[in-house]
Design a protein around this ligand. Sequence first.
Ligand code: C2E
Ligand code: CA
Ligand code: CA
Length: 762
Amino acid sequence: MGTTDRLLRASGISALAAILWFVVNLVHPVGPRALLWLPTVAGSVILVMGLRRTARTEALPEATRRFWRHLTAAAVFIGIGVVSQAVDVLAEEEPRGLQTGPVMLVTCAVGVLIIMFALFRLPLERQSHGEMFRVVLDAGTLMLAAAVFFWHFSTRAALSQGDDKAIYLSLFVTIIALLAVFAVSKFVLSSHAHIDNGALRLLAVAMFVGAVAPMFRGPFEAVDPHLFPDMWSTPVVYYFAVLAAARQRTALGGKRRGVPAPRRRSFSLLPYVAVAAVDGLLVYVTWTNGEDEAVVVGSAVVLTALVVLRQLTAFRDNSRLLARLDHSATHDALTQLPNRILFHSRLQQALTAPGDRPVAVALIDLDDFKEVNDTLGHEVGDLLLVGVAKRLEGCVRAEDTVARLGGDEFVVVLDDADPAAADLAADRMMRALQQPVYADGHELPIRASIGIADGRSGDQPSVLLRHADIAMYAAKNLPGTACLHYEPSMSVTGNDLGAELRYAIDNDQLFLLYQPIVSLDDGHIMGAEALVRWAHPVRGTLAPDAFIPVAERTGLIVPLGDWVMRTSFAQLAAWNVEHGDAAPQVLNVNVSARDLREPGFAERVGELLAEFDLAAERVVLEITETMALEPGPSVINLLRLRAMGVRVSLDDFGTGHSTLTLLHDCPIDEIKLDRSFTQSEVDDRPPVSAAVIHLAQALGLHAVAEGVETADQAEQLLSLGYIAAQGYHFARPMPPARLSELLAAKKSLMPSAAPAETVPTA
Ligand code: C2E
Ligand code: CA
Ligand code: CA
């Protein structure tokens, strides 16, 4: 931007020249007087050019360019005025004051009005009433302070001269200047997005110098009546304006083309500076026994009042903000119900209140919420939750607390409610939830399960909640039952199992089986999926379905998942040593939604890979469809894992929801066709498995067919284009030692004779 630099330099030179020449003339008049006005005239032209350039910079947003267009127009008027003033002054033998020329007065007034218009036209950011009020107060403070200075240094002198014309002119100029101060300060003080912060500061400096400098004529007048401070101040003002214009161009021209960034208020100090300045004036006037002491004292008092008022409104707003923060810390943002924290403190209160009385906790969980969320979208899901929250609130007494624990889980503290009263409340809730909720044009039937824990004063809140949770799950699992009270016998499948599982993880009661993933082509082992088992001391070997849900509910899934990863990684490393190239190329590990949501999960996987010296490509993490889409930490973990080279597989593909959206949005490498599609009877319709392999091929994903139980299924999958499969037909999940034997034997896992295609080679 060579032209920019040249304009800026020319403007700077004219300002410098003006100051130097002025000083030289102050010492001793030299050269023709017209020369003193030359920088001002030249500066006017440069100013118009500089502003116009910014107004025409296409990278700037329209609102910004419009602002600078207005400034350009203002500069034209002010330039004409200033030149006409120079002509006026030069023409007069005995110049008495500057405000003589009517042209100057009119054009400058027009110029200032245009600037104010430009400032008011600029779109402001949305602000609270309090904030806007403070901006006006601050602007008023600045204006009043400026008025006091105008009064003391300019208007008062004109009044004392008693010249009517001078008085009116002075008043006129003062009012315009004050309006300008108000406009600038209002704008500068409010947050807005369209003008570069630095440019605004420079403009404010320019306006300030322009308004204040002419007031200090007195000292120069005494030296030489032909010397006016405007001679140097105007080019200086211009220079700041040209600098501001240049600044605006570079600020928005480069990195963030035309996208203004919101700025924060940075001028809040200004009103205090104004008050300090007026206080300074007050001290000075009192000291020198100035005759306008009363005016200055009065203004200082009013100013102080304005600033105090401003502070008061700021305090009020702040305390409102604090209250809001307080509210949001204890309430759920979506439903505005108390959250888990407030629920706990209310329950605690109820349980510790004086006297011995019953307290019931009812946990309500929606049955098909995930489905609504997945099929109709989160917005509809949110509306449903809000609807449910309202219904539940309508069912309880004022002293009861309805809270949302998260997701689709709600809880009610029923204070002073025995089991019969709790039943009544649960009944009311069930009935209230029976009517479908209307959300976004959808009629959503609600089914919920309720678990009730009946407690008494002195019980532990966490125990009650756990019992309600167990009862709720029991109700959910019992077909046709919507509501159950907790009974200790339920604990065997819930609570106690949690405690036992904790022990099991720490005491090696878990073990892993590995199910080979084989090539459909020749039956060689491509990889293996790790499947967890629990050697329960009393109940025998438990399948994951018997304890994974408990682990997920209790949070034990995180240490469990860690154990599975560590154990299986160690196994893969051992196979590497034992079998070299014949070791399974990939290890599939199941990951639960809870694991994936854990911040730092990806890093943990990385650490384990490093610990066992495994290439990230050797590990495939299996996730289920519904959990992958959860925004936030899950997706971050997924992206990090993939960046590390770990592959991600969609388990049970086809059974979840919004599969296509997921494939589109979620970073994955593999899909595992759910066994329901592998095993579906072959009829005339093209099988889902065919569609899925096409999809996988089109998206460049690896596909594994799960649950292959027969040779027919294997054959059909191969003919459809599947390469890899898993299932009892090839091998059941087996202990690692058994898989090791298979690997050593390099045996094909194809049960019957080799498939037709490979027969000729035999
Ligand atoms: P999954 O990931 O779909 O695992 C495949 C399940 O299908 C295994 O059941 C496996 O034994 C079974 N299977 C394999 N081939 C056949 C077949 O040909 N026919 C039939 N009918 N079933 C077959 P398993 O081991 O009981 O695992 C059940 C589920 O538990 C797994 O489903 C997985 O979601 C979960 N799971 C297993 N291990 C872990 C683990 O370490 N962590 C986590 N988070 N979940 C696990
Ligand atoms: Ca799996
Ligand atoms: Ca599966």
